[in-house]
Design a protein around this ligand. Sequence first.
Ligand code: AMP
Length: 193
Amino acid sequence: MRLVFLGPPGAGKGTQAARLQEKYRIPQLSTGDMLRAAVKAATPIGLDAKVIMDAGGLVPDEIVVGIVADRICEPDAKSGFILDGFPRTVNQAEALARMLRARNMDLDAVIELKVDEAALLARIEQRVKDSIAGGAAVRADDNPEAFKARLDAYHAQTAPVSAYYAEKGSLKTIDGMAPVDAVSEAIAKALGG
Ligand code: AMP
């Protein structure tokens, strides 16, 4: 099973992708997590990405495409993967299609979580509270200014990716405002059980 999750920041992509990872025993590949790891390890990519990420912008396509191209060749991704946070531009979606075609692979589905954007800032604020309560680090881009930039980037560059996949017939749109379990059920149904 090869899946892509689309949706604005705070839509619940990470939460739902983590659930599917357990269900299908395929890895959740979050480009945000991979980039944060690169920032933490202070690799050359991480050093370049940090400023952009902290401001809520998008890291250049060639960097993210390179990271994903390497990651999907790892042994654990052989029988499938869930891409969370990638592709975020039509250019990335086209690069992904080329990568998969070169390996005689295809996506099984693209799941888009639709949410009421007015509720998103509240969700991000809750994520910050949960992180603090759980003793976890708060993301540098989970603040109102960076969040607004992330939402703007989503509208300008990622929303067209939904149209790209809708045209290909692989887009499954799910109501992301429902309770977490109901969203999981709707996804399972969309994937055929
Ligand atoms: P996320 O954890 O998916 O919210 O991603 C956090 C940040 O990482 C984003 O705001 C971007 O700066 C960067 N990022 C993650 N995935 C991508 C991507 N596919 N393309 C460009 N930038 C990305």
